[in-house]
Design a protein around this ligand. Structure first.
Ligand SMILES: [Zn+2]
Length: 198
């Protein structure tokens, strides 16, 4: 989600220490999900199918033609997530959604649904949510909320390349099936966060 209004911090508060730890694990999951795509073979049918599903490409040629744009997109999203300051994450317990952000501020305000999601598994994961929000920032892709879920099929790839949920769902669908072979050594950190992790 995205909000254009200036935050007035209506129900927002800082994260507790436990929540900060959980968010760091979710952020690592987001980075791993990006890495998974950045090291993928964009000529494989596996990648092509998922890119067609999330971004509305009609043909494999279209995917190949836009592969560099996808790679550049996940690269900048990953870099900005790495550079995120943990103090810029806030929680609004009155918000039932996953999260929202502001295009000009690299801030993520979490909602209740965020804490009910898994770090890096399934659609609407915590990691995927962070990718979604980070894609909205003008310092990354400046995406909009155009379509969610199956509604994405109603749009062209030109439109969906500007759609935050397409960036999220591609990362999530890709990660889910690829995780077994690509899972990095600290993939379990999400379940067992260590205090020294930052
Ligand atoms: Zn959004």
């Amino acid at each position: 989600m995205m909000q254009n209004l200036n935050p007035q911090n209506n129900g927002q508060r800082e994260l507790s220490e436990d929540e900060k730890r959980a968010f760091r694990a979710a952020r690592r999951a987001a980075i791993q999900m990006c890495n998974c795509i950045l090291t993928a073979d964009f000529a494989s049918s596996y990648v092509l199918t998922r890119a067609i599903g999330s971004f509305g490409f009609r043909t494999e040629v279209q995917v190949r033609h836009n592969a560099q744009r996808l790679l550049d997109g996940y690269d900048i999203i990953k870099e900005r997530i790495i550079a995120m300051d943990n103090d810029t994450v806030r929680y609004d317990p009155t918000d039932i959604d996953f999260a929202f952000t502001y295009p000009q501020r690299e801030v993520i305000v979490l909602g209740k649904a965020f804490w009910e999601a898994l770090n890096d598994s399934g659609l609407d994961s915590r990691g995927g949510t962070i990718i979604h929000e980070a894609s909205h920032w003008l310092s990354t892709l400046g995406t909009d909320d155009i379509a969610y879920g199956s509604d994405q099929r109603l749009h062209s790839h030109r439109t969906l390349l500007r759609n935050a949920d397409s960036w999220e769902s591609f990362a999530e669908s890709f990660w889910d099936e690829n995780a077994a072979q690509a899972k990095p050594i600290d993939a379990q950190l999400g379940k067992r966060p260590r205090p020294e992790d930052s």
